[in-house]
Design a binder for this molecule. Structure first.
Ligand SMILES: [Zn+2]
Length: 84
């Protein structure tokens, strides 16, 4: 009987140690992930103007073609109406 209790205690301690180690490594992981590598917010990006309709939009959302920027494929095809 005492042998059974001994092994039960060993297993219990092993489980507790494993859980503590897992939590420790998870916390380290979280801290590593917390280091900032945030994407640039939309409003911090440079704004460009559609050469057709004059709409202002973020540079990443615009279509770049023929050295101009457009709000949509349709306006890129339609061509420029506004001089740069
Ligand atoms: Zn447009």
């Amino acid at each position: 009987m005492s042998k059974l209790l001994f092994w039960a205690g060993i297993i219990l301690v092993a489980l507790i140690v494993m859980r503590l180690l897992a939590r420790h490594s998870a916390a380290r992981h979280r801290r590593a992930r917390a280091t900032p590598r945030r994407p640039v917010p939309k409003r911090m990006q440079s704004m460009v103007q559609c050469a057709h309709c004059g709409l202002h939009l973020p540079s990443s959302d615009a279509i770049h073609r023929d050295g101009r920027t457009w709000c949509s494929q349709e306006h890129a095809k339609a061509g420029a109406r506004i001089s740069p």
